[in-house]
Design a binder for this molecule. Structure first.
Ligand code: ZN
Ligand code: ZN
Length: 350
């Protein structure tokens, strides 16, 4: 990366951080020393993310190769609007882009980490916008019952999208993040904040449980790990799904999730934003580890997410699905067991 760009990036980062410090407020979390992931005033992760560490890595590494416009077009599908607006007698999932999925079953519609705007950051300049559009806009969405949020990174928690949904949905958020939603004007009774393994009955059909992952949280330099991160298990009338959010590999966590809440009919697992491994390995899985998670939690079928939308790391944009499919073949697994779909495609589960 060029020095000039790095300097500009750092200047903006400082300015925005200073602007945001005045907005930061207490999370109200009471840390419990009996819980291994609760530390002294913050949650515990392997990595915490450092701006200077990131700068050092970017100075060592080349920029990602340019994207072939034809390859970009090839991953864009079209939503079957009649289908997503119809009653789901069978469970189905539509990939909206990045970590955003729409899951539907028996009258329940929920979204994972909705990001329906252009930029994966606080401000809308300098940062590279998304290179594929969300498959459905806010206006095109069917009525949403609830939304699960995995953590507070900008590509998963987009404040512009949160403002659009507002109080129209119930928000499931990690411990420590409710205060942020209240600051944005969401009503307290519309936000359910959970610690790992806590659950909440949305209605008599639906049980939502927050589960561990190996990640970290940060929106400003002053809120590192002040809110938790994790995955969401959602059981709708016995149809069990699990959404990973962002995670590094952690055998213990994933085996536990499978044993305590699985087996899952569907999992949404990230496959992108993994290079270089020496830097990203403690934050994000690579495609082979995504398959490990799929197997550890006992998923019957998984959907590849967290690729094809934002160029956040240095691997070629279309490498994640290629590596995933190579690795599935190498392990003798059927490709449909870990589906790669186009943005906007719907997977109907029988
Ligand atoms: Zn993240
Ligand atoms: Zn992410």
């Amino acid at each position: 990366m060029r020095w000039h760009n790095l300097n500009i990036a750092f200047l903006f980062y400082l300015l925005v951080s200073l602007a945001l410090v005045s907005c930061s407020s207490a999370t109200g979390v009471v840390f419990d020393p009996a819980k291994p992931h609760h530390g002294d005033g913050e949650f515990i992760s392997v990595k915490k993310g450092s701006f200077f560490g990131h700068l050092r890595m970017r100075m060592r590494e080349d920029d990602p190769p340019p994207r072939d416009p034809e390859a970009v077009k090839a991953i864009i599908g079209e939503v079957d609007r009649d289908l997503v607006d119809s009653f789901a007698a069978q469970p189905r999932v539509t990939w909206i882009g990045h970590a955003t999925t729409l899951v539907q079953y028996r009258g329940i519609n929920f979204l994972t980490d909705p990001h329906l705007t252009q930029y994966p950051f606080y401000y809308e300049f300098y940062v590279e916008p998304r290179f594929t559009q969300p498959a459905l806009s806010f206006a095109e969405m069917p009525a949403i019952d609830f939304i699960v949020i995995s953590h507070n990174h900008y590509d998963h928690l987009d404040h512009r999208t949160v403002d659009k949904f507002g109080d129209s949905v119930l928000w499931y958020v990690p411990l420590g993040l409710k205060a942020w939603f209240l600051d944005r004007g969401i009503s307290s009774h519309r936000v359910i904040e959970l610690d790992w393994w806590q659950n909440h009955q949305f209605n008599e059909q639906v049980l939502v449980t927050f589960t561990p992952t190996e990640h970290w949280s940060k929106r400003t330099p002053w809120d590192t790990n002040q809110s938790l991160w994790g995955g969401w298990s959602v059981d709708i009338d016995g149809f069990k799904s699990w959404f990973a959010g962002d995670t590094a590999y952690h055998l213990g966590y994933f085996r536990d999730i499978g044993e305590r809440l699985g087996p899952f009919r569907l999992a949404m697992i990230p496959i992108g934003a993994y290079a270089p491994r020496y830097f990203m390995g403690s934050s994000h899985v690579d495609p082979a580890q995504a398959i490990d998670i799929h197997q550890d939690i006992g998923a019957e079928q998984s959907l590849a997410i967290h690729w094809g939308t934002f160029q956040m790391t240095i691997e070629p944009a279309f490498e994640p699905p290629q590596l995933l499919q190579q690795e599935m073949a190498k392990r003798g697994l059927a490709a449909e067991e870990f589906e790669v779909v186009k943005i906007g495609d719907t997977l109907i589960l029988d």
